[in-house]
Design a protein around this ligand. Structure first.
Ligand code: PMP
Length: 571
């Protein structure tokens, strides 16, 4: 029976909640989808009635668990129209699937002087593994250009694919631009030279019917959690003859036939590539997610999503100062819409929307080369709106009246975070720029959001005599840098270190009654504690100062200029 789209929202229990006094509108599905009750039930049922290890026991529960696990494999096979279930390997997710192909198939077909071709729109999961393979083999990593609207430049692909292009690895749909790539056409180009096409299907599989045979993909990777299934389960599809060439990544239980003292024989596919106890409940619940998607029908999901995007894009285009990245036509894209609003950092925008109960992503979306190509540090992103009823979405977009200044409306809700003094510092930062004479400089990045801060310090008579910062960042990181430079100017490094420690104590927030006066204006940033995702924004400048001062101690003797870029650890 075909499921009607009208009541679907009610089948996602998590969506029935109030966030920051507003009903939750979850638009971060490209990061991970929420789960319908049917998927949650499948996990609970499995643990309440059938839990046992697979492929080893002879008792009833073991047989039931094995049956369900293998039934899930067959559901995946049918869902993507693979030729046989042996071609479906359960993995942790897209990242693992792509890594396995790059590291355990790649070296067999790629040699020094060969080329591996990817595009500028790839997620890091479909970029870094190929970078590694290129470095290890001496092959060259080549990028297909994008057209100005972000679509793949097929002419460039044609020009770049040749006999030396041993592997082309391409995303089926971009997690930022929403564009859908011409996989079939690329497959033809690659196959005419007898070479291989790997497809990152993470952002396509939840949005459209996928037929791997029709696409003629040699490998196709995707994640359960982006298609209403649980985390920790994903799929690597491969043509059987090619999967047979993939060397096992893990040796041990599950994947062996006979083990002798000095050698072993391995099972046939797919189990040969599934060493150890697999994610049984994950596979079963992924099967339930596939059942659920099938009840709606992928063609209906695709049509519904396009109808939503066709309303969303023009509505967004009416907002002053809003830039949508990627093609502006709904039919050229999935329901992933990345955008920026002038004069508002995407982090601030996401926090503001969160205050409205709307969950969007802000950052580089694990696509830093694409951010560079777009010439932005980060974007906001609303994604995969297929599970929202139309009226709800339309109501949401109605808030974006062009005559109303969205940034003012949003920021006014954020009193605690955006006090006037914070706005003043971010709009008119103190000590912003560069010094003529620099004793010590450092660049620190926050990889989560792409913020980057350069700090320059001059010391005289054992004191910080001049200080300046530059770089890009959100309201909080810019204001914090401005306040920090005010506070530490004229202080000795030891005094500055004490202030850094105090600022860090303030951010940890376990001494709420403390007097933070020593931090001067920066004391106002105490309110950031209530927004844990933003603490890194506030601390970036202080961490940069700490690192610069440490390097100061190390280099004080030689008096060398310290010039290094560092990356803040990710959470
Ligand atoms: N590729 C694309 C296009 C993605 O959007 C993602 C997830 N954001 C991945 C790969 C990685 O998926 P996972 O983290 O589930 O392995």
């Amino acid at each position: 029976m075909v499921k009607s789209l009208n009541n679907i929202r009610q089948e996602f229990p998590i969506l029935d909640q109030i966030v920051n006094d507003e009903p939750l509108i979850y638009l971060d599905n490209a990061a991970t989808t929420q789960k319908p009750q049917a998927v949650i039930d499948a996990i609970v049922d499995y643990y309440q009635t059938d839990n046992a290890n697979v492929h080893r026991g002879v008792h009833t529960l073991a047989e039931r668990a094995t049956e369900q696990y293998e039934a899930a494999r067959q559901k995946v096979q049918r869902f993507i129209n693979a030729d046989q279930s042996a071609e479906i390997i359960f993995t942790k997710g897209t990242t693992q699937s792509l890594n396995w192909v790059a590291s355990h198939f790649g070296p067999q077909v790629v040699q020094a002087g060969d080329e591996i071709l990817i595009s500028y729109m790839e997620h890091h999961s479909n970029l870094v593994p190929w970078q590694q393979l290129a470095q290890q083999t001496g092959a060259k990593l080549v990028y297909i250009d994008l057209l100005p609207d972000g679509q793949l430049d097929l002419a460039d692909a044609k020009a770049k694919i040749g006999p030396r292009t041993k592997i082309v690895s391409l995303t089926h749909a971009s997690n930022v631009l929403g564009v859908v790539n011409p996989i079939q056409a690329i497959a033809q180009l690659v196959h005419q030279f007898g070479n291989y096409l790997v497809v990152d299907g993470a952002q396509a599989i939840p949005h459209m019917p996928v037929d791997v045979q029709d696409l003629d993909a040699d490998f196709y990777a995707f994640s359960g959690h982006k298609m209403l299934g649980p985390t920790g389960i994903g799929v690597l599809y491969g043509k059987k003859t090619l999967l047979e060439q993939v060397t096992p990544v893990e040796y041990g239980g599950e994947m062996i036939d006979f083990v002798e003292l000095q050698q072993s024989t391995f099972k046939e596919l797919p189990w040969r590539l599934e060493g150890g106890t697999p994610n049984i409940e994950g596979a079963i619940a992924l099967g339930a997610a596939i059942d659920y998607l099938n009840q709606i029908g992928m063609a209906q999901i695709q049509a519904h999503e396009q109808a939503l995007v066709a309303k969303a894009i023009p509505a967004l285009q009416t907002i002053d100062g809003l830039t949508i990245y990627g093609p502006q036509n709904a039919q050229d894209r999935t329901g992933v819409i990345a955008f920026n609003l002038d004069n508002l950092h995407p982090h601030d925008l996401a926090t503001a929307l969160d205050m409205e109960g709307v969950a969007v992503r802000a950052g580089h979306h694990c696509a830093q080369p694409l951010m560079k190509w777009l010439n932005v540090a980060a974007t906001a992103r609303a994604s995969s709106i297929y599970i929202i009823r139309k009226p709800m979405l339309i109501n949401w977009f109605k808030q974006f009246k062009p005559q109303r200044s969205f940034s003012k409306m949003a920021l006014s809700k954020l009193d605690n975070l955006y006090r006037q003094v914070i706005l003043d510092h971010s709009q008119h930062p103190h000590h912003h720029g560069h010094l003529d004479t620099v004793d010590h400089e450092i660049e620190l990045r926050n990889p989560t959001c792409g913020d980057v801060l350069q700090l320059e310090i001059a010391l005289q008579d054992g004191k910080i005599s001049q200080i300046a910062f530059s770089g890009e960042g959100c309201t909080i990181s810019q204001a914090s840098a401005s306040m920090m430079t005010d506070a530490v100017l004229g202080k000795t490094p030891a005094q500055a270190e004490t202030m850094i420690e105090r600022f860090s104590d303030m951010m940890i927030g376990d001494r709420p009654d403390e007097d933070w006066e020593i931090l001067e204006d920066a004391a106002i940033l105490q309110g950031v504690q209530q927004f844990p995702a933003r603490i890194k924004c506030a601390t970036l400048a202080w961490k940069a100062l700490h690192k610069a001062l440490i390097s100061d101690q190390h280099s004080a003797v030689s008096g060398q200029i310290v010039n290094h870029a560092e990356t803040e650890e990710t959470d």
